[in-house]
Design a protein around this ligand. Structure first.
Ligand code: NAD
Length: 429
């Protein structure tokens, strides 16, 4: 019968597409790791090279001048073997399906490495919010969520903020989602304002998670934080909060920067004063001497923290890095070639999927609070974050020791094995 050749409805990818495109980051990492993946799982690797489901939506939005413009948005659900997909939504003119897909793969690994029960997803809309009014951004946010509302939800795929989106954007998106569904569903989106179901501590969770990982790392090296000199690139949400936390814990922050330049003081910057000053640019801070971003990356220090953009340490400048350790708080700040150079120079890298996972961990706590309708005190959020980050760090460091490999390779290995194990346990493969 003709009909039998057609897949059953439940086999169809929920109106999304199964992508033909391969995830480049995944392929590159898996090629390096293939010998380290559990032997009984190696035949499953091709399963991870492509996302489970991709959505490309094009939707009209009325601009303030009355004209209609069409916007393109994406949502990729890379893998949901460990739980509902989880990942941010970015607004940026360069957003495209390939980029969203690569980021959704990294989210799959990030959730697995810290052991939270989520898979990986990511989304975005291709436009530059700087060129639009607040009212237009609200209409774009609502129209995008309306277009993908059938594909997301608290038990399916849970978006959050990312580049150029924030708690206000999440509030508009949640409101739109709930209007489409006709009921309240605060667990459908995380990173919301506290007043409508956001979690205490979310604002600085990524930085606190990274600071905990660094503290544990230094403890193992028997190095006191008070004797640790740190340089931080980027003074946005992540950079300024990690500077504050590490300075409160006694570390010496000797340099920081933003897009307009940096400031350097070998005796340690006065961080509270610097944060007060940060509304302009740190480059004009009187408590330090002016340096460029390039100089900051090459400073002699114990720990370098890139917390701004991707691909800032490349094969061109990796040889000039003089830090002993790099804590990757930005996503992908080191290119694969630079990574090899750093490894040869014995500069240890604490990888992004571990170092900056504190944000998604507290997003998970937000989802737990929303689904139980019981809200936690800030102290409890931070305590639970501490436990998750310490145990994830220990798992990664033990694996690196056992396998005699870098922390990055250990983190990838652990997370890929966890995802493949979940696929097998479900009997999907
Ligand atoms: P943000 O927009 O708040 O801050 C970015 C900072 O980088 C700003 O200080 C900006 O001036 C600076 N910057 C921009 N261009 C620069 C340049 N050329 N040189 C030096 N500095 C430059 O962003 P954020 O939320 O702090 O995120 C920073 C990084 O951390 C990003 O890679 C992001 O993907 C990653 N990250 C953020 C979170 C989170 O919870 N916010 C979670 C995981 C990963």
């Amino acid at each position: 019968m003709k009909k039998e050749a057609i897949a059953r409805k439940e086999d169809l990818p929920d109106e999304g597409q199964v992508s033909e495109t391969t995830c480049k980051v995944c392929k590159a990492q898996i090629d390096k790791l293939s010998r380290k993946i559990n032997k009984e799982s190696t035949h499953l690797i091709p399963l991870l090279e492509k996302p489970m489901r991709t959505y490309n939506v094009n939707f009209p939005v009325r601009m303030d001048d009355g004209k209609i413009r069409i916007f393109s948005g994406y949502r990729v659900q890379y893998n949901d073997a460990r739980g509902p997909c989880k990942g941010g939504i970015r607004f940026h003119p360069k957003v495209n399906l390939q980029e969203v897909m690569e980021l959704s793969f990294l989210m799959t690994l990030k959730c697995a490495v810290v052991g939270i029960p989520f898979g990986g997803g990511k989304g975005g809309v291709a436009f530059n919010p700087k060129n639009y009014s607040k009212a237009e951004i609200e209409r774009i946010s609502r129209a995008y969520i309306k277009a993908i509302a059938h594909a997301i939800g608290p038990d399916k795929d849970i978006p959050a903020p990312d580049v150029n989106t924030n708690s206000q954007t999440m509030a508009w998106m949640l409101d739109e989602y709930e209007s489409v569904k006709g009921h309240k569903a605060p667990g459908a989106i995380t990173g919301k304002p506290i007043e409508i179901g956001g979690s205490k501590g979310r604002q600085y969770a990524t930085s606190l998670g990274g600071a905990i990982v660094l503290r544990e790392y230094l403890k193992r090296k028997k190095q006191a934080l008070s004797k640790t000199k740190i340089a931080i690139q980027g003074m946005g949400n992540v950079g300024s909060n990690i500077a504050r936390i590490l300075a409160e814990w006694g570390a010496k922050i000797i340099a920081t920067s933003d897009s307009r330049g940096g400031t350097y003081n070998p005796r340690g910057l006065n961080v509270p004063k610097l944060l007060e000053h940060n509304n302009k640019t740190v480059a004009t801070f009187k408590g330090g001497e002016k340096i460029t971003n390039e100089e900051l990356l090459e400073l002699k220090c114990d720990v370098l923290i890139p917390a701004a953009l991707e691909n800032v340490i490349t094969e061109k400048n990796a040889g000039s890095v003089r830090a002993k350790t790099i804590l990757e708080m930005a996503n992908g700040p080191i290119t694969p070639k630079a990574d090899e150079i750093l490894e040869k120079s014995k500069i240890e890298v604490i990888p992004d999927i571990l170092a900056n996972a504190g944000g998604v961990a507290v997003s998970y706590f937000e989802w737990v609070q929303n689904t139980t309708n019981h809200y936690w005190k800030e102290h409890r959020v931070n305590q639970e974050l501490e436990e998750i980050m310490v145990s994830a760090f220990e798992e990664v460091i033990l694996t690196a020791k056992k396998e005699k490999c870098s922390l990055r390779r250990a983190a990838y290995m652990l997370s890929i094995n966890k995802v493949l194990k979940a696929e097998k346990l479900r009997g999907r493969v």
